[in-house]
Design a protein around this ligand. Structure first.
Ligand code: SGN
Ligand code: CA
Length: 542
C-alpha cells in the first residue's frame, strides 16, 4: 500500500512539475487548429471522392482518404450568403435574419469566430464572404467585395482597405492564405482559418492553364438533361434555370457578342452580353490575348455548326460548354487545396488540425436540364463535406447521416473546448467524427425565400428524412409535393396525391409541424419576411 501511495504521489508531483511551467502554452497547443475550406457552388458530383464520372479532384479527395466523407451533408437554405450566415451563427435563416442574398447580415448576431477569438484563437478569413459588410471576430481578413471577380479582382483588406490584385482569383486567394500561414501565424495560439473560394461560381471563368486543357474535353450527360418537368408542380416548371433557355449565350457560354449578332442569337437576358463584356473586360491585354485565341477557336467551330443545329443539339452543346468552364474552374481550387494541405504537412500542423472541405450549397450540373441551386431537391440540398482530423477521425471512413451546415458552429466550438451558446440550433459533429452518433438527426428542416428573383425558384419549406421529402411551395402558389427518395432517386414524381402514400404524408405533415416549432419558424415569420421583401422591392433594392 505504502509503495503504491508513494508511487501515486510521485506521479502526481512529477506531472505537476512537468506541466506547470508550460501550462498555458501546452493547453493552447492541445486545442486543434481549424482550416475551413469552402468553395462557392461546388457540386458534389464534381468531386471525384463522390463521383468519378465528371472530373478528378485528387487533392480534395485526400481529405476524405485521410478522414471522413459525408454522403448526406445538406444545407438549410440553398443559397450563398444565407448559407454563410447559417454556418457562422449556427442558427437557421429565419432566426439569424439573412434569409436571402439581398437582406443585410445583422452584425449583432454572435458568430463562432467571435467566440473562438475571445477564447484565444487567432482568426483569419480569405476569399468570398458575400455579406456586404465585413466579418466580425477576425484578426485578419482579405475578402472579395460582394461576389468578387475572376480576373484581377478587388479585395477588401483589414489593414489596407480596398486594393486590386493582378491575377486569377483562386490562385490569389490561395497565395494570400499561404502567406498568412507562413508569415503571420502566431505559434503561441491555435488558429481558425477560413479559406473561401469564389470558384466555381457563375460565370465560370477558368485560369488560362485550365481553359487550354478543358476546352478540349467532353463529358457524360446526366440522364435527366431533357427533363420536361411532367409529374411535378408549378415550381419546377416555372423555375428559370434551364441550360437551353435561361443560360446566357455570351456571359455563360462565351459566344462572343459580335458572333451572336452575326448568327442572329438573341440575348437570354438583358444582361447577357453585359456580363461577358464585364468579366472578360477585366483581363489585361496579355490575359485577353490567350482567352480570345482559345475561346475564338471554340467560337469558330460553333459558327460553323450553328445553322444546322436542332434545339436538342443546342442543349447538348450548351451542356458541354458549361461543364468545360465549370470543371475547369474547379481545377485551380483543387490545386490550391493541395498546396494548403502540403503546407500543413511540411510544417507539422497536420496532426492537430481539423481540415474541412465543403461548399455553400450543391449545384445542378445539367440534372433536370438545370444549372444553379435554390431547390430542396437533392443536387442543391446536398452539399459536399469532407473532414480530416487525425487521431479523432478514422482515415477512409464514410458517414451517411444528414449533417447540416447548421452544425459547424457547435462542432468547432466544442472541438475548441468551449460550450456553445444555448440558442445555437445545430448539433456537434464530434460524436460522428469519433464513429459514434448513430441516431444523429432523423429529419432535416429546409426553408428557401428568395422569390421573386433571378432564376424564379418559388419560396418553399420542407422536411427531409432518409426515405421521403415533403415540401410546401407558397407565396404565389400553395402547392405541396412529396417525393419517395428510395424509389424515385431523381425526384421525378410528386406522389403527394397518391393514396398509397396517405399515411406517410400524414406522419410527415406532423413531423414538419413539430420541426417548425422546434426551430421557432412559423407562418407569422413567413409573412413578416414577405412584407420586408416587398419593401425592399419597392425601394428598388431587389
Ligand atoms: C448571380 C448569378 C445567379 C446566381 C446568383 C446568386 N447571376 O445573380 O446565377 O444564382 O448570383 O448566386 S450572374 O449572371 O450575375 O452570375 S450566389 O452563389 O451568390 O447565391
Ligand atoms: Ca453559392
Amino acid at each position: 500500500k505504502i509503495f503504491y501511495s508513494l508511487l501515486a504521489i510521485g506521479i502526481v508531483s512529477l506531472s505537476f512539475f512537468a506541466f506547470k511551467p508550460k501550462k498555458t502554452k501546452s493547453h493552447a497547443m492541445r486545442r486543434p487548429n481549424i482550416v475551413f475550406i469552402m468553395s462557392d457552388d461546388h457540386a458534389y458530383q464534381a468531386i471525384s471522392a463522390y463521383d468519378k464520372r465528371l472530373t478528378q479532384t485528387p487533392n480534395i479527395d485526400r481529405i476524405a482518404k485521410e478522414g471522413m466523407l459525408f454522403t448526406n451533408a445538406c444545407v438549410t437554405n440553398s443559397i450563398c450568403a444565407p448559407s454563410r450566415a447559417v454556418i457562422l451563427t449556427g442558427k437557421h435563416s429565419h432566426l439569424n435574419g439573412k434569409i436571402d442574398n439581398y437582406f443585410p447580415f445583422d452584425t449583432t448576431n454572435i458568430t463562432f469566430p467571435q467566440i473562438l477569438q475571445k477564447n484565444g484563437y487567432q482568426t483569419a478569413m480569405f476569399g468570398k464572404l458575400h455579406f456586404g459588410n465585413n466579418p466580425k471576430g477576425f484578426d485578419e481578413f482579405q475578402i472579395l467585395p460582394d461576389q468578387g471577380d475572376y480576373y484581377n479582382p478587388d479585395f477588401i483588406t483589414k489593414k489596407e482597405g480596398k486594393k486590386k490584385l493582378t491575377g486569377y482569383v483562386t490562385d490569389l486567394i490561395t497565395d494570400i492564405t499561404l502567406n498568412w500561414l507562413k508569415n503571420e501565424r502566431d505559434e503561441e495560439k491555435p488558429f481558425f482559418l477560413a479559406y473561401l473560394h469564389k470558384a466555381p461560381h457563375r460565370e465560370w471563368l477558368p485560369a488560362e492553364r485550365h481553359f487550354k486543357e478543358y476546352l478540349k474535353k467532353t463529358f457524360p450527360e446526366p440522364t435527366t438533361l431533357f427533363d420536361n418537368y411532367e409529374g411535378r408542380g408549378r415550381a419546377s416548371k416555372e423555375a428559370e434555370m434551364n441550360l437551353l433557355t435561361h443560360m446566357n449565350w455570351a456571359g455563360d457560354s462565351k459566344i462572343f457578342p459580335e458572333n451572336m449578332d452575326k448568327l442572329g442569337i438573341k440575348e437570354s437576358h438583358s444582361y447577357d452580353k453585359r456580363n461577358y463584356n464585364y468579366t472578360v473586360g477585366r483581363m489585361n491585354a496579355e490575359q485577353r490575348k490567350v482567352w480570345d485565341e482559345y475561346y475564338g477557336k471554340m467560337n469558330e467551330e460553333f459558327i460553323k455548326r450553328y445553322p444546322s443545329m436542332t434545339e436538342r443539339d443546342k442543349m447538348k452543346w450548351r451542356y458541354q460548354r458549361y461543364m468545360q468552364d465549370y470543371l475547369g474552374s474547379i481545377a485551380a481550387v483543387d490545386e490550391g487545396v493541395g498546396k494548403v494541405l502540403d503546407f500543413l504537412k511540411k510544417n507539422n500542423l497536420e496532426e492537430n488540425t481539423i481540415v474541412v472541405y465543403t461548399s455553400d450549397q450543391g449545384f445542378y450540373l445539367g440534372e433536370h436540364g438545370w444549372f444553379d441551386k435554390r431547390f430542396i431537391f437533392d443536387e442543391s440540398f446536398k452539399t459536399p463535406l469532407l473532414v480530416r482530423w487525425p487521431n479523432v477521425i478514422k482515415a477512409g471512413s464514410k458517414n451517411t447521416q444528414m449533417v447540416q451546415n447548421l452544425d459547424f458552429a457547435q462542432t468547432f466550438l466544442e472541438a475548441a473546448g468551449i460550450t456553445p451558446p444555448s440558442d445555437m440550433q445545430g448539433e456537434s459533429l464530434i460524436p460522428i467524427f469519433k464513429g459514434q452518433g448513430k441516431n444523429f438527426r432523423d429529419a432535416a428542416y429546409y426553408h428557401y425565400y428568395e422569390y421573386p428573383s433571378v432564376h424564379m425558384v418559388k419560396r418553399h419549406y420542407g422536411i427531409v428524412t432518409e426515405k421521403y421529402k415533403l415540401v410546401h411551395f407558397y407565396y404565389d402558389v400553395d402547392e405541396w409535393e412529396l417525393y419517395d427518395r428510395v424509389n424515385d432517386k431523381n425526384e421525378m414524381k410528386n406522389v403527394y396525391n397518391d393514396p398509397k402514400y396517405a399515411k406517410v404524408k400524414e406522419e410527415l405533415h406532423k413531423k414538419l409541424a413539430a420541426l417548425r416549432v422546434k426551430y421557432k419558424d412559423s407562418e407569422t415569420l413567413d409573412k413578416m419576411y414577405i412584407e420586408k421583401y416587398d419593401q425592399l422591392v419597392k425601394q428598388g433594392k431587389i
